[in-house]
Design a protein around this ligand. Structure first.
Ligand code: NDP
Ligand code: GDR
Length: 364
């Protein structure tokens, strides 16, 4: 039985990856952080009681900022594959917490690599590093590919740049099977609530249930290459199954503005919007299907622009060239953006329908 260790197992990708590896017969260990509230909602459905025999999924308390803890977990679990997904992953928040981000996202990667080296596991343990399209930052070339120069535009991206290169360096210096997956944005109903796609689908679902009137957004002109997290964790696994350790861009090759994502998501609830120029700070409903379940009004201002959500330095355009992944890994995304938006909208409508019902019936 192959053994995998996932840092960031409680996150969006960690949850999908754990499911995928379990379906492939792996023993999966995951690192979770201690928190004052439960933080395992995304993986509760695959949790296994530690008292049962033949356990396939086990959680360990840990943190990427704690070397000795990482060394101990890696020593105990002796993984064949480590997927380093743990990170302070919010670009905007990294401007508020640059030092923490550098430590967890940058040095955290070094701690994993060093632990594997110190424990004499360099020829046993393969390492996947969660690199990012944010490395490309200020546009140098489009579409972005493995050879495109990096120009990071946030403390997050700069920390991930260190992580990218230290992974390459350990591969070259110690012949380790250590790879970067340069993943473009990927989303799902499990996406963290403050990333733009989920913020939009949650906001619309709340409006549909009459729980909110307006959604405040930042720069809706930026363009992203959005895929589905389920497809992307498959690529992570494939990267570690190759004969040679290499770095891969994982993307759909299609780019869309945040503005168009908003239009697509509203269309899922039968609402058409009036969009004017980018300097217009209010966006209103012009047409709405008469779904009696949803609480939308013609003329309702559903989007307002709030400068608080702008970043000091923005990444304007991301579009990835996935040729290497499609040819070498045989990887191909199964989800289109339409399918992704539909799935996210349906999930959030379901969520807030329940929440509304609960609120209305709480005292009955
Ligand atoms: P999430 O933010 O959903 O999950 C991040 C995970 O890292 C969570 O489990 C979080 O724990 C954990 N974590 C945060 N800080 C630490 C720390 N100091 N020590 C240990 N664990 C920590 O991110 P995603 O699942 O979306 O992304 C996974 C990885 O891929 C991240 O490294 C991200 O930067 C990178 N990436 C993501 C892309 C995307 O579009 N989703 C694209 C490219 C790269 P907790 O649950 O307790 O907060
Ligand atoms: P990103 O994702 O920064 O690309 O990083 P995010 O969804 O946060 O932003 C995408 C774009 O939307 C614009 N935007 C807003 N963003 C947020 N969060 N909230 C808003 O209200 C808002 N309004 C407009 C942003 O300015 C940006 O241009 C994600 C993370 O998952 C990283 O960890 C990962 O490395 C990259 O994707 C690839």
């Amino acid at each position: 039985m192959k053994v995998a260790l996932i840092t960031g197992v409680t996150g969006q990708d960690g949850a999908y990856l754990a499911e995928l590896l379990l379906s492939k017969g792996y023993m999966v260990h995951g690192i979770k952080r201690r928190s004052s509230l439960f933080n395992t909602q995304r993986i509760d459905h695959i949790y296994e009681d530690p008292h049962i025999d033949n356990q396939h999924f086990r959680l360990h308390y840990g943190d990427l900022n704690d070397s000795t803890n990482l060394i101990r977990i890696i020593q105990e679990t002796q993984p064949d594959e480590i997927y380093n997904l743990g990170a302070m992953s919010h670009v905007k928040v990294s401007f508020d917490m640059p030092e923490y981000t550098a430590n967890a996202d940058g040095i955290g990667t070094l701690r994993i690599l060093e632990a594997v080296r110190l424990l004499g596991l360099t020829q046993k343990t393969k390492i996947y590093q969660a690199s990012t399209s944010e490395l490309y930052g200020l546009v140098q070339e489009v579409p972005q590919r493995e050879t495109t120069p990096f120009y990071p535009r946030s403390p997050y991206a700069v920390a991930k740049l260190y992580a990218y290169w230290i992974t390459v360096n350990y591969r070259e210096a110690y012949s380790m099977f250590a790879c970067n997956g340069i993943l473009f944005n990927h989303e799902s109903p499990r996406r963290g609530e403050t990333f733009v796609t989920r913020k939009i689908t949650r906001g619309i679902a709340q409006m549909a249930m009459g729980m909110q009137d307006t959604l405040f957004m930042g720069n809706i002109d930026s363009k992203r290459d959005w895929g589905h997290a389920k497809d992307y964790v498959e690529a992570m696994w494939l990267i570690l199954q190759q004969d040679q350790p290499e770095d891969f861009v994982i993307s759909t090759g299609v780019t869309t503005t945040v503005r168009d994502f908003i239009i697509m998501a509203f269309a899922e609830v039968g609402v058409e919007l009036e969009f004017s120029g980018s300097d217009v700070n209010e966006i209103a409903i012009v047409k709405s299907s008469s779904n009696p379940e949803f609480d939308f009004k013609i003329g309702q201002v559903v989007i307002r622009i709030d400068p608080a959500y702008f970043r000091p330095t923005e990444v304007d355009l991301l579009i990835g060239d996935n040729t290497k992944a499609t040819t070498k890994l045989g990887w191909k995304p199964k989800y289109t953006l339409d399918m992704l938006v539909k799935e996210m909208m349906e999930a959030d409508l379901e969520l807030f329908k329940k929440e509304k019902f609960y609120k209305e019936n709480k005292w009955n």
